[in-house]
Design a protein around this ligand. Structure first.
Ligand code: PRP
Ligand code: URA
Length: 207
């Protein structure tokens, strides 16, 4: 299963601003949120709607509604939280879990420091959020933890992916679909995405 990549030219335009090192924290954070909303629409294009009866000002009718309670969004701390508001604009009643991971600067391996999921997470469809899919280590570890908790339907939502990260996810978790605004060229010797946008967490939080 390969990554679903957004092709809308406006997304390309917004990405050009994210990549620019002269784009400041406020604008960077806003654009991350905007793209995250679009990614949420794309990721939920297979959503099954439920039939409900409502009354318009004119008459009774049947309409199709999303059972928002079926979804959980799980940002990977820190940078994933920058995408959360964008997804909540599309599905405001989704439940939220958190996974705390950081990459060890020398080994580039993820180190876990926090894990808290909403109740009945195993019964929900889970969208894991992280702006950057680099080596894929953080994504793979997060997904493994969710599977240990019994979650069966998982999607991974990112702004920029490296081919190496997409390949690793395909190998380790072939059932998990990746949604990205772009798949870049490669990783550099420090496991940063090239051309990428730099350190997503630092740019979102201004650290
Ligand atoms: C970044 C990013 C991902 C991870 C991706 O987080 O937000 O979580 O690296 O790299 P990987 O695919 O090689 O695992 P970082 O470790 O910089 O932590 P932060 O979000 O706290 O800045
Ligand atoms: N994490 C980031 O924030 N940026 C990268 O390019 C790779 C990992």
């Amino acid at each position: 299963m390969s990554a679903v990549v957004l092709t809308n030219p406006l997304i390309g335009h917004k990405l050009s601003l994210l990549r620019d090192k002269n784009t400041g924290t406020k604008e960077f954070r806003e654009i991350i949120g905007e793209i995250a909303t679009f990614l949420c629409y794309e990721a939920l294009s297979d959503a099954v709607l439920e039939d409900v009866e409502i009354e318009t000002p004119i008459c009774k009718t049947h309409v199709k509604r999303l059972n928002e309670d079926r979804y959980a969004f799980v940002p990977i701390l820190r940078a994933g939280t920058g995408m959360l508001d964008g997804l909540l604009k599309a599905v405001p009643n989704a439940k939220i879990g958190h996974v705390g991971l950081y990459r060890d600067e020398s080994t580039h391996e993820p180190v876990r420091y926090y894990y808290k999921m909403p109740e009945n997470v195993a019964d929900r469809e889970v969208l894991v959020l992280d702006p950057m899919l680099a080596t894929g280590g953080s994504a793979c570890d997060t997904i493994a933890m969710l599977k240990e908790d019994g979650v069966k339907k998982i999607k991974f939502i990112c702004i920029i992916a490296a081919p190496e990260g997409v390949k690793k996810l395909e190998e380790v978790h072939p059932d998990v679909q990746v949604f990205a605004a772009a798949v870049d060229e490669k990783l550099n010797e420090n496991a940063y995405i090239v051309p990428g946008l730099g350190d997503a967490g630092d740019r979102i939080f201004g650290t």
